[in-house]
Design a protein around this ligand. Structure first.
Ligand code: PGA
Length: 253
């Protein structure tokens, strides 16, 4: 049976203020209820997860934007995968380029993935090149990033992960700057081929591959129909419930 398509809202540090965040959550939950063929995941700032988890109500799931590399212990400011699980969080974004830019290493990413899986949380592993060169050098970068990040993951757990292809050059721009459907199609194939070769699993055991980087109402439909992906990780457009609803509608079909 085909997996449900998935749309994940990465709110980053938006929206500004508690009241607006609560309103956005309620509006996006109402949109998600209309488009039941899509699995909708909302990732607010971590301080809101505990409260919002009581408001999930079946239409949306909750995701964190990060998690600690450690199981527990003296790491001031960190929060654990087990605590996320306990408060009802079922997804976590791991290795986002904005966290990697703050110093997150592939080793930390790999440990975070392992802890998420161990605690029954679906990790969304972000990978993506800084720029595309005409010689295809970016494909080696992608391969290396993917394999290093997945180094702590066993073959049996591969299907418990989602891989978000997020080229850095496409993040935070407009639909016109995003990847084109045919380039996305090729890259998704490349990622699948690398994973099949490395892990020797059947295609049905591969992780879902999704795309992130300026997904907007204007490009969502063509990217989902021709991009060979099973969903999106949406940044800025997820801060507008109207735009986010349009994206859900396109994916819902
Ligand atoms: P964007 O962000 O949709 O604003 O490009 C995507 C992301 O960073 O996950």
């Amino acid at each position: 049976m085909a997996r449900k398509l998935i749309v994940i809202a990465n709110w980053k540090m938006g929206p500004s203020g508690y009241k607006k965040a609560r309103e956005l959550f309620i509006s996006e939950k109402a949109k998600a209820k209309k488009y039941r063929k899509v699995k909708t995941v909302l990732c607010p700032q971590s301080v809101l997860l505990s409260e919002f988890s009581k408001m999930q109500n079946g239409s949306v799931s909750l995701g964190a934007q990060d998690v600690s590399f450690a199981e527990g212990g003296s790491f001031t400011g960190e929060f654990s995968a087990s605590l996320l699980r306990d408060i009802g969080v079922s997804f976590v974004i791991v290795g986002h380029s904005e966290r990697r830019a703050l110093g997150e290493t592939d080793d930390a990413v790999s440990r975070k993935l392992g802890l998420a899986v161990k605690n029954g949380i679906t990790p969304i592993l972000c990978v993506g090149e800084r720029e595309r060169d005409i010689h295809g050098e970016y494909l080696s970068i992608l391969r290396q990033q993917l394999f290093l990040s997945l180094s702590g993951i066993q073959r049996k757990d591969l299907s418990k992960i989602i891989v978000a292809y997020e080229p850095i050059w496409a993040i935070g721009k407009t639909a016109d700057d995003a990847v084109t459907p045919d380039k996305l199609h090729q890259t998704s194939l490349f990622i699948k081929k690398m994973l099949l070769e490395r892990y020797g699993v059947s295609p049905s055991s591969l992780p879902a591959i999704i795309y992130g980087g300026s997904v907007e109402p204007d490009n969502a439909e063509e990217l989902i129909s021709d991009g060979n992906v099973e969903g999106f990780l949406v940044g800025h457009a997820s801060l507008d419930a109207g735009d986010f609803g349009e994206i859900l509608k396109s994916v819902n079909g």
